[in-house]
Design a binder for this molecule. Sequence first.
Ligand code: FAD
Length: 434
Amino acid sequence: MIVKNDKNCSWINDLAPRTNIKSIKSNEDCDYLVIGAGYTGLSAAKKLRELHPNKKIIIADAQLAGEGASSRNSGYLVDTTLNDGFTSNKELDNYKKKTDIYKLGIEAVKRFIKEYQVDCDWNECGKYFASSKSEDKKTLENFSITLSKLGFEHNLLSNKELKERLGTDFYNIALHTKGGILLHPGKLVRAMIDTLPENINLYENSSLLNWEKNKDAVICKFKNGSIKTRKIIFATNGFMKSLGVKPNYNFPITLTASMTRSLSNEEFISLGEPKEWGVLPVRPMGATIRMTKDRRILIRNTAEVYNPHIMNQSELNKRSFIQKIGIKKRFPQLPDDIIQFSWSGIVSRTRNSSQIFEKIDDNVFVAGCYNGSGIGVGTLFGEQIAIKASNENTKEIETIEARNKPTWLPPDPILSLGVRTRLIYERFRAKSEI
Ligand SMILES: Cc1cc2nc3c(=O)[nH]c(=O)nc-3n(C[C@H](O)[C@H](O)[C@H](O)COP(=O)(O)OP(=O)(O)OC[C@H]3O[C@@H](n4cnc5c(N)ncnc54)[C@H](O)[C@@H]3O)c2cc1C
């Protein structure tokens, strides 16, 4: 399968192009091979180097490192995700397990940025779960009860307060959580690439075509060479299924996002000069919308089953139009042609929103499937799967392994049909919020 992306991602276009790109051009042996160079793979490779200073480690990506979902996301490093409130202790306990993992994920990213003094526009401003529909108040009140039980600082806000903070009177009700960070995802993953130890071989534009396990090695075929490795870690997230990794437990979803140019002084003043903020929808298919610190507006309001993975320009334009309307609804005073770039990205989902972290065969490990919340969890899972692949254990691994495991999914075409139907339903429910 070809893994290739558009060149339209604002976060990537903010950065200087990289040089010194190497690809696989011969046959090689190594001790550890990591497939996929996003947050998960880069974090895994770095940890492997710390654990095994003298082993040969290779990391390979089908495109340029970091230019998959890890650069293409909305930049919310989350501490909590929305739920409708829980009635049973068991459900509350499961939710706590989830947030324990988010907490460890935030700590993993924090450690990294502290160690290398990374500037990724880190802002501990929390996040809003917001809705234009007053009837969503009940959902937020229930969620508030859950957050209170678990000790997460938060507060409920009304239309007036939201208008002051966000510069739009579109939203009628919101819950603000104090925890949660906004950042520049492209800068974060670029820092992970730039600080990768020199004695790790990073190969880019090198797509794994197929792989096969023999007794004590895994043979991986690429277009211009092959790699025989003692152990392999799959960190390909939305592409797991296409490589035959846990195919009945995950499926890819394509998201599209758009970002405006920086607002002019007059435009920014017309919004009331709000501080940086990030809003997540209360209804699952509603818009994620964010004001960046440099006064750009990011919006993501589509999620779909889309094959093949490459979205051509005319398809992107259609999504961009939906995003233009989303911006216009919230900020009618802004001009129509304000979107600068629109791009797509692939994420991986499981049926019950639980992540994948496991040894799937002797010497074969996989981490991924963050259901749209992979900045922190991906960074955490990468380092921890490297530790697991080194036959060691940590408290973090115990926390990860205490989570609910992903549940089985039916094969295609039943799966695609089911997912499409669900997305249409959710989209209908959220139509005012798009
Ligand atoms: C529009 C959008 C918004 C999002 N918003 C957020 C958010 O606000 N907060 C959040 O936490 N998460 C968000 N996410 C999800 C987040 O981006 C992902 O969970 C995270 O990037 C996963 O990191 P990863 O390293 O596991 O995967 P990726 O970054 O997808 O990396 C996987 C890599 O594997 C490579 N690969 C695939 N197949 C092969 C192959 N055959 N051979 C070699 N390499 C291969 C790909 O090229 C890719 O670089 C969003 C995602 C998108 C697309």
